[in-house]
Write a protein that binds this ligand. Sequence first.
Ligand code: ADP
Ligand code: MG
Length: 799
Amino acid sequence: MVDAAILNCSLCGLPAYHPLKGQEGEVFCCHACQEVAILLQETPEKKQTENMQSAKLTRMTLNLRGLWCSSCAWLIEEKLKTAKGVGAAQVSFLQLQANLAYDPACTTPEQIRRSVRRLGYQAYLENEKPKDEEEGFFTRMLVGGMLSMHIMTSSGFIYLRQVMGWAGPDTQWLVQFFQWMEFGLSIPLVIILGLPILKSGLAGILRKMPNIHTLVALGTVSALALSTRNLLQHTGQVYFDTASMLLFLLTVGRWLEMQAYKAGYQAMEGLTGQIPEQATVIEGEGEKIITAALLSRGMRILVRPGERFAADGLIAKGLGDIDESMLTGESAPAVRQEGEAVYAGTASLDGSFEVIISAVGTNTRAGQIGRLLQHALWQRSPVERLADRLAAVMVPLAAILAGGTFLFWNARMGLETGLMNALAVLLIACPCALALATPLTLWQALARAAQNGVILRSTIALEHLAQVKEIFFDKTGTLTRLPLRLMATATVEASEEELLRKAASVELLSEHPLAQAITAEAQTRGLGLSEPEGFRLLPGAGVRAQVDTELVFAGNRQLMDREKLALPESLQQTAETWQHAGWAVVYTGWAGKVRGVIGLGESIRPEAVQALAQLSTQGKSVSVLTGDSPAAGARWQEWLGVPVRAGLSPEEKLKHIQATGNHSAMIGDGINDGPALAAAGVGISFARGTQVARSAAEAVLVREDLRLVPWLIALSKETRRRLHQNLVWAFAYNLVGLTLAVSGQLQPVIGAAAMVISSILVTQNALRLRSYPALKEEKPENPPAVGQAFAQPALRKTS
Ligand code: ADP
Ligand code: MG
């Protein structure tokens, strides 16, 4: 292509400066997106993204401004969906963005943008910088406030005249004077505060999609027009004070929402905004400072005490404390030394480090987390959809109610009462507060979780977590620490060396923790391994391959039986003793016979028992699913204090999880628990290395602490509680407010003030999640050191 246009990522819609090609020719902006896309294809969200990725369609993002509440977002989304040539569209009120796919043959980005602008909102293409909405907003609000205060004072004088009994023909000119003053002050006020509302309202009428502003604007304009008529004809009352106060209060409400929005946004940004913009690169003998954007894999950078790492990498030289709290929320610094990994955004406290870069930009752990969070915000959860739908029906409902109120009071008390009461109805029915509070609550929860080291892939995960009843744990690598340790071997008609060499060779290509422990041991002992041929992975059973001239099997007892390898009595006894002690046993055999058994021990993660106990206290039913032998399972049950279901094949594990449907959570390390994680209502896994995005789980623990699981469940419950509180409040508020307004008991200004107060209440309730207590960092009690106690010399070699 000669065209130098920058393609857009088919997942996130951002420009792909270094495009990566997917399997079906899609373009991704980064590895994280590519991986998330692969993942999505395996999850129920597939459908949705498929629509968006249809071959002929091009993706684009519009930055939006001037949205007052999520019903605006809904309106734009509806408009976009029906626009010519647009395949799919999604608008996020929180991110102020529209993501859409369009057919370049039918329409252009410019046309799409224009269709949004015609609705009265500002829309910017990706290469344009959106105007800062807050710029000048405060000044405008202040000037408007001053003007409306003067108007209120003027009308106060007129009122005073009546109350004090000065109302006579001789003071009538004063009334005229103050009324004209109000009129004069109202003109700049309408320009300063009213125009944005009027514009959006008018656009709504023109597009035949009236929004809440249309209604409010209609009411305010009628009040102003009526007042002007009365003023000119010297009859009846004027309502300049009411109209100006309304505009002022609406503006205040908007400003407060903008503040809440900003507070929410800052919480998110804090996670990824800490990567330094510059880095010191070591080249030959010298050092050079370059911008972080120019870093690439393999470069060597220097990070001094107090500085932050600009990229992910491995320590080549140096030792010291690193503050990783930005990624994990853990405040205690971690000691890191040569050969260990460091992550972009974390800070060196007291050491100088030379680091070889392994990942930069969006491929760093921080970058991946940022992407995942952005992605999560786009997944609208059922509660959000409910709030959106409520907002959508509230507009016509408010219109009908207000219309009815107007007709009723107009007939009984005249035009003016009718208008005022109808206005009060409109203001009370405005669904803005709730529509902002719902996503804001979920947003805060995501941010709070991330600050504590848990990345949630969607807000839906929060809802599922709050409903979890049964929790399943994987054992190896989840409740226990990797790597496993080789404790002992026993052989028959083979030397220990030969057994280990064969077992390690056949396990060379397996990623199972058992396999890794065996190959690691063989390599430390310096046993030359042979390349396995015809390697086959037998999930849930073991492995087999041709090693040298022999077909070698390594795996569990069932595999040996299935392959008809004779099991010598002595080996069987040894294996059983080990299993009763809680060890994992790998049987290894060739040429018709089991030649040896390898015993591997694991140690419980220090906080595991505490985490399991906390979950039980929360009333959850907790159990461990493992493929380990039933004998070992029984031992683990003692150590862990929760039921252990052992000897399960991967299918059986899945069945257990599927039986509990959406109310289950599965916690696994993701290495070989993918299907189980995906099948559970909520899958929770660990982020190992930088592959945060790869796991099939909805929640990823960046900080390896199992107590995060009960913490997360408590957080999700608290979130749900706040959402419900807000819904109940909104419902009660509308019921009482509307009853008063319809029956003519509520002045429009009181209605507007109530709206502002309600908005403050619900958004503050949402923001309170910001101070949800962090995970306590007390040291867990010393856990039992599994296996070690059992490493009796008598068992080390039985041949
Ligand atoms: P788990 O990880 O819970 O042990 P798996 O389904 O991965 O469950 O495996 C079940 C059992 O199969 C393991 O406990 C082990 O005995 C055996 N097994 C699986 N993979 C291997 C392997 N690569 N090498 C040896 N044994 C294996
Ligand atoms: Mg496992």
